[in-house]
Design a protein around this ligand. Sequence first.
Ligand SMILES: [Zn+2]
Length: 158
Amino acid sequence: MDAAESIVIFETRTKTMSHKKKKSERVYAFPRKQLRRLVKRAVKKSELSGREICGLILDNGSLLELLALKNKSQAPGSFELSWKDFKRAEQAARCLGHQVVGTFHSHPVSSAVPGPSDIQSATTGELMLIIGCWEKEAMLWRIRKGKAKKLPFREING
Ligand SMILES: [Zn+2]
């Protein structure tokens, strides 16, 4: 009797432990071609006009996808999404079972690090992908409570 009871207790403990392990933070992945294309577009745009490109990050459950939208801002070094475009994209994404989880934009002359206005304009918990046009590289951030945390990500073929 005693032996059986202790086995049951042991099983419960291992279950809890393995459950905790699975909850570790997800490493996000982008389709490599899409990301490369976006970096190229950002660099070209900055060379032509000094302006930023921008859009939304969609989560399809396994990958993050990038949806470019029009930059309403005419000023160099800034971006502004139109509310109408945003709402339309959000609705379309929802129809496909995807979710808008953040935004992306480019930095024509600075590195891919969020500036104070980027942090201020972000919604809490949102992902922010920034493309640094000089370094031709993209960095992923999570903006939460006025702080930006850099997140690792993978690039996946396809
Ligand atoms: Zn920025």
